[in-house]
Design a protein around this ligand. Structure first.
Ligand SMILES: Nc1ncnc2c1ncn2[C@@H]1O[C@H](COP(=O)(O)OP(=O)(O)OP(=O)(O)O)[C@@H](O)[C@H]1O
Ligand SMILES: [Mg+2]
Length: 270
C-alpha cells in the first residue's frame, strides 16, 4: 500500500479493529518502519492496554488537539520495538474537541516533521464523529470484517463512506475465521464476503485464543515468533508484509482436517 496514513475501521463493534491495529503496527515496526499507532476511540481508550503501554500514558490525543502539550510529548515509545510509538486516546467522554482538521494536522506533523514512515489509526465502532475523525487524515483503509452477515453489512456501509471520502486504497481483513465452521457451512466463506463487498483482500486471520492471551498481558501476538504457521500472529505479520508490497502466500489451514475449499480456490495461484 502506498498510503502512509491507514485507518482501521469496520462499522460494527468488537470485530477486531484494535487487535488488528496493535498487531499490524507492531509487525510493521518489526519490519523496520517507524510507526505511530493512534487511538481515536475517545472515551473507551484501549489500544494502550492491548499494547501494554497504559501505565505510560501522560498526555493523549485530546491534549494534543487542545494544545495542552506538544505532539512529541504525547507520543509514547514502545518498550519492545524501538520504532513503534503510540498516541493514546483520552478517557474523557467529551468528544467536542475531536476535529477532522486537527487530526489532519497531527498526522501531517507525524509524517512530515517527526519522521514517521507510517501512521495506523484505530477507529471506534460506528460512523459518528470518532470514525469521521479517524478517517479524516487517512489515504488508505483496512476494513476489518468477521465472516457473519451483520458484520459484512456494516462493512459495506463503511466502504461506501470511505469511497465518498476518496480514500484510494481500501483493503479487507477477514478476522476470526473458523475453518471448521466454514466447512460445515455454518460460516460465510471468504470468497462470499469478497464478492459481496467488492474490495481487495489483504489478510485472513483465524480465530485464535493466543489473541486473547496476548491482549490480557498487553503484548501484541505479532511480536512473538510463533512456530504455528496458521496462527493469528502469523496472519498479522503477513498482512504487514503485504502492506509493504510483498507478495505473501495466504495461510492454508490444516490439510488433515480438511482444506478450506474456498480458500484454495481463491488463492490457488499463490
Ligand atoms: N483473531 C481473533 N481470535 C480470537 N479473538 C479475537 C481475534 N480478534 C479479536 N479477538 C477478540 O475480540 C475482542 C474484540 O476485539 P477488539 O477489541 O480488537 O475489537 P474492536 O473492533 O476494536 O472493538 P470496538 O469496536 O469495541 O473498538 C477482543 O476480546 C479480542 O481479543
Ligand atoms: Mg477497538
Amino acid at each position: 500500500m502506498n498510503a502512509k496514513a491507514i485507518v482501521v475501521t469496520s462499522g460494527k463493534g468488537g470485530v477486531g479493529k484494535t487487535t488488528a491495529t496493535a498487531n499490524i503496527g507492531a509487525a510493521l515496526a518489526k519490519l523496520g518502519e517507524k510507526v505511530c499507532v493512534i487511538d481515536t476511540d475517545v472515551g473507551l481508550r484501549n489500544l494502550d492496554v492491548v499494547m501494554g503501554l497504559e501505565g505510560r500514558v501522560v498526555f493523549d490525543l485530546i491534549d494534543v488537539f487542545e494544545g495542552r502539550c506538544k505532539l512529541r510529548q504525547a507520543v509514547i515509545r514502545d518498550k519492545r520495538v524501538d520504532s513503534l510509538y503510540l498516541l493514546a486516546a483520552s478517557q474523557t467522554k467529551d468528544k467536542s474537541s475531536l476535529s477532522e482538521h486537527r487530526m489532519k494536522e497531527t498526522v501531517r506533523q507525524l509524517l512530515e516533521e517527526e519522521g514517521f514512515d507510517r501512521v495506523v489509526i484505530d477507529s471506534p465502532a460506528g460512523i459518528e464523529t470518532g470514525f469521521q475523525t479517524a478517517a479524516a487524515a487517512a489515504t488508505g483503509a483496512l476494513v476489518v470484517v468477521n465472516p457473519e452477515v451483520s458484520s459484512v453489512r456494516d462493512a459495506d456501509r463503511i466502504i461506501g463512506l470511505l469511497e465518498s471520502r476518496e480514500i484510494g486504497e481500501v483493503r479487507l481483513i477477514v478476522n476470526r475465521l473458523r475453518p471448521a465452521m466454514v466447512r460445515r457451512g455454518d460460516m460465510l466463506e471468504v470468497d462470499d464476503v469478497l464478492e459481496i463487498l467488492g474490495v481487495k483482500l489483504i489478510g485472513i486471520v483465524p480465530e485464535d485464543e493466543q489473541i486473547l492471551i496476548s491482549t490480557n498481558v498487553g503484548n501484541p501476538a505479532s511480536l512473538n515468533s510463533s512456530s504455528n504457521k496458521t496462527s493469528a500472529s502469523q496472519a498479522f505479520r503477513n498482512i504487514a508484509r503485504r502492506i509493504k508490497g510483498e507478495e505473501v502466500a495466504y495461510l492454508v489451514f490444516d490439510e488433515r482436517r480438511g482444506f478450506m475449499a474456498g480458500l484454495r480456490k481463491l488463492f490457488g495461484g499463490f
